[in-house]
Design a protein around this ligand. Structure first.
Ligand code: UD1
Length: 340
């Protein structure tokens, strides 16, 4: 049984990936500092898979602790690195915190991965690297644009750090997965997204509004040059996204990669407008949603959805769950945590 380290494994995407790794027979070790997660997630994972993953509370900014951890776990065959801060607005207010956290944790982890017998590394990147791409759907060949926020910049710099490190370390094999908009929850409703404070992202804001925690959703802008005037995004079910990590890891473990740094878009290939997401929520939940139109949000691109051919053909991965599935699972999860 191969041992895989998942940093940030108690977070939203990390926890779903741990479940899929365990389902595929991997032994998982989680590192998480609980800065944006809780130990309850470990219980959720165990009750889905019947296996409790090993867990260590380590702050990956503490270089000595990272070194000590890898000394103890020389038999790790792959690392999936999620641990990072991810709030775009907060990153504008606290740039140094974002650069310190997202880059140091990456550097210290990567240094140790190079020393392993099997140096396989999966990086959590984002479609934010493309900014407002000129052509839709967005292929991996679309140029990386200057980042709109320190958060986005940490993803771009993160990819560059890994690429440069791969160049001089041929034994290191890495894949960057560029996620579009991850939403939804595990169908069991035992794990899901747990935003701290007021959600910044659309789907948690919708479900919290429907659950009565928020009064009204503001739709940011209805005068965009799109069919209904609202922005278009590619919303991907977190379970499909989690499976993409397992497939990417298996590609590296089986030596199927054709270059030691590869990147893939992970999305559905389907663009949905904010109003379409709201309508989908209303249909699958049977509830009407309180919303108003508000001014545009600074930094939002008009449209972003993935060209998925590279992931389909090369990775052998395809999103199979629909927007309906994702919204239904997000609502199921929200109702479960609010006892509705
Ligand atoms: C955001 C980040 C992106 C990050 C991703 C992580 C920005 C500009 N981008 O993506 O870098 O990787 O989160 O999940 O912040 N919307 C509303 N009302 C709301 C919230 C959102 O109308 O209360 C709209 C937005 O204007 C946007 C769409 O919903 O058109 C999706 O927004 P969101 O869920 O925040 O994701 P992104 O902005 O696409």
């Amino acid at each position: 049984m191969k041992k895989i380290l998942v940093t940030g494994g108690l977070g939203f995407i990390g926890s779903h990936t741990v479940v899929e790794l365990q389902n595929e027979g991997f032994e998982v070790v989680i590192i998480d500092d609980l800065s944006n997660s809780s130990l309850d997630v470990l219980k959720g994972i165990s009750s889905i898979t019947g296996k409790t993953p090993n867990y260590e509370n380590i702050d990956l900014k503490e270089k000595a602790l990272v070194e000590q951890f890898f000394q103890k776990h020389k038999d790790i065959s792959g690392v999936i690195h999620f641990a990072a801060s991810k709030a775009v607005g907060e990153s504008v207010q606290m740039p140094l915190h974002y650069y310190e956290n997202n880059l140091n944790t990456l550097i210290y982890t990567l240094k140790e991965v190079i020393g392993l017998d099997e140096s396989n590394f999966i990086f959590s990147s984002s479609c934010t690297v493309y900014g407002q791409a000129e052509e839709m759907p967005i292929t991996e060949k679309a140029p990386v644009q200057p980042a709109e926020s320190p958060y986005g910049n940490t993803k771009q710099i993160g990819e560059e750090i890994i690429m440069d490190t791969c160049y001089v370390n041929p034994e290191l094999n890495a894949i960057a997965l560029r996620y579009f908009n991850p939403i939804g929850a595990h169908p069991s409703a035992k794990i899901g997204e747990l935003p701290i404070g007021v959600p910044q992202n659309l789907v948690p804001y919708i479900t919290q509004t429907a659950a009565g925690l928020r009064e009204c959703l503001s739709v940011f802008g209805n005068d965009y040059p799109t069919e209904d005037g609202t922005c278009i995004r590619d919303y991907i079910h977190v379970v499909d996204l989690a499976k993409a990590h397992v497939v990417a890891l298996q590609r590296l473990l089986n030596g199927k990669n054709t270059s030691n740094f590869e990147s893939f878009n992970i999305g559905t290939g389907v663009g949905s407008s904010v109003l379409e997401v709201i309508k989908t929520f209303e249909r699958v939940s049977g509830q009407s949603l309180n919303y108003i139109f508000a001014p545009r949000r600074q930094g939002d691109v008009i449209s972003a959805y993935a060209h998925t051919e590279k992931a389909n053909k090369i990775l052998g991965w395809k999103a199979v769950l629909t927007l309906d599935d994702a919204i239904r699972s997000a609502w199921h999860w929200e109702k479960q945590i609010r006892n509705i």
